[in-house]
Design a protein around this ligand. Structure first.
Ligand SMILES: [Zn+2]
Length: 452
């Protein structure tokens, strides 16, 4: 969709009060610059996707991002995650591993004269494990373009969002302009397990007036309007090991784990009953999901197993807090422990990772309205709202700050699955919107030394 409307059309449609109305010729220059940077944007995305930035392995990708900020003429600084400074915050989640040598990175542009509103453009750089790499059509960390989509783990979720941010800012510069307000760029870790990267970044940076996180849509350009919360937990089942020839005298921990799973499935069914669902999620058939994500256990095929450990993710509906859901989980485990089929079994429960509340991302907030109006001015269709059964780092701003936050991102597919991809045409659309949204939110001033 490159058929840009005339500047007159833009002016008519973008009616939000801006710091200083953006000259329509400048808007056209910015859009032309975004168009001329399409290949550059895909190259940035490929560079990021090549990093296997799974939990504990993020730092090379963070350093790559630092060099990308530098290439925009900005000075990057690394933001450490100091657990002791976060533990008392209501958004803190118990970490999965040490933060030694693992940081976020940010860069802040400051204008000569502040006339607009400050803005944070943030995304996460961590990705989830690629899963069964042999099932991918092309290797997950070797980005490949097929039929207009770029494939690779993290392509959509959410390295494309970073490519959009970097390209939008580069386009302003190419048009000879810079934001006339503080513009913060941030790349964080641990979005996929705790959110502590985003929390540390929020506490480290000056409070911005608006924040846009370009998380991908599920197969379309999307504006996130609500998201569930998440609690992670592990249940360890301990049975009694014996030789299989005396099997009836032992207690099989793996068989017992199935019974625990049954109790959680019953809880899940209850949580999806009509009365339990917040109106924002009324259109969803099954909004609260319990996922058994990992299982380990047993020692030997001919021994009744001693232990089985299930790692699970439990959705938190709006209106219910993650602390309440933790209590629910304790009760489910207690009810499983009282199940006559589990007599003689010990159940241990541990909480680690996500302790995250649900939130709304109101589309009528000025930052979200701006994104919608700019998107509509550049495309035939309005951006589609997305009610997510997943979560993002946006919750930190939505719940614990008065910074307006919205998530708006490109058509991603296969996130957390096989053959993850992002549409490059969609990435381009989102980048165009982002560039004009920055211009309209922050206002613009000419770069002191013109770049062209
Ligand atoms: Zn994401």
């Amino acid at each position: 969709m490159n058929n840009a409307p005339s500047p007159e059309t833009l002016e008519n449609r973008i009616t939000l009060s801006t710091a200083a109305p953006i000259d329509t010729v400048v808007q056209k220059d910015i859009l032309d610059a975004v168009d001329s940077l399409q290949d550059h944007s895909a190259d940035l995305l490929k560079r990021l996707v090549r990093h296997r930035s799974i939990l504990g392995n993020e730092q090379p990708c963070i350093e790559e991002m630092a060099s990308m900020y530098e290439a925009l003429g900005l000075a990057p600084h690394f933001i450490p995650i100091e657990e002791e400074k976060l533990t008392d915050h209501p958004g803190f989640s118990p970490p999965m591993m040490s933060y030694a040598g693992r940081t976020n990175v940010a860069a802040v542009h400051r204008p000569r004269n502040v006339t607009g509103r400050s803005l944070l453009l943030q995304g996460h750089l961590d990705v989830v494990h690629e899963g069964a790499a042999d099932l991918w059509a092309s290797p997950p960390y070797d980005p490949a373009i097929r039929d207009g989509r770029l494939y690779g783990r993290g392509s959509g979720d959410m390295k494309a969002g970073h490519a959009a941010i970097l390209t939008a800012v580069a386009a302003l510069r190419r048009a000879g302009m810079q934001p006339a307000a503080e513009l913060q760029l941030a790349a964080v870790i641990e979005e996929e397990c705790t959110g502590n990267g985003a929390l540390a970044t929020m506490l480290a940076l000056p409070k911005p007036e608006g924040c846009i996180i370009p998380e991908p849509g599920p197969g379309w350009d999307a504006l996130w309007v609500s998201e569930v919360g998440v609690v992670w937990a592990w249940v360890t089942v301990t049975g009694r090991p014996v030789h299989v020839r005396q099997m009836q005298r032992g207690i099989n921990a793996i068989d017992a784990a199935y019974v625990v799973v049954e109790h959680f499935r019953r809880y899940e069914a209850r949580m999806n009953e009509k009365g339990m669902i917040h109106p924002a999620f009324a259109g969803e058939a099954h909004p609260v999901n319990v996922n058994f994500g990992t299982i380990e256990g047993g020692e030997w095929n001919s021994s009744v197993p001693t232990r089985a450990k299930i790692g699970l993710r439990v959705g938190v509906m709006l209106g219910r807090s993650c602390r309440q859901v933790q209590q629910d989980i304790r009760e489910v485990v207690a009810s499983a422990g009282a199940d006559p089929r589990l007599t003689g079994i010990t159940l241990d429960l541990v909480f680690r990772g996500f302790t995250a509340d649900a939130c709304l991302l109101p589309p009528e907030q000025p930052i979200a309205r701006l994104v919608q109006e700019v998107h509509l001015s550049l495309n035939d269709e309005p951006v589609r709202p997305y009610c997510a059964l997943a979560l993002t780092d946006a919750r930190f701003y939505a719940l614990y700050s008065d910074t307006q936050v919205t998530c708006y991102g490109p058509d991603g597919d296969g996130a957390h699955g096989i053959d993850e991809s992002v549409s490059l045409a969609s990435l381009h659309r989102v980048t165009r919107t982002l560039a004009l949204a920055i211009a309209n939110w922050c206002g613009l001033e000419p770069i002191a030394k013109p770049h062209r």
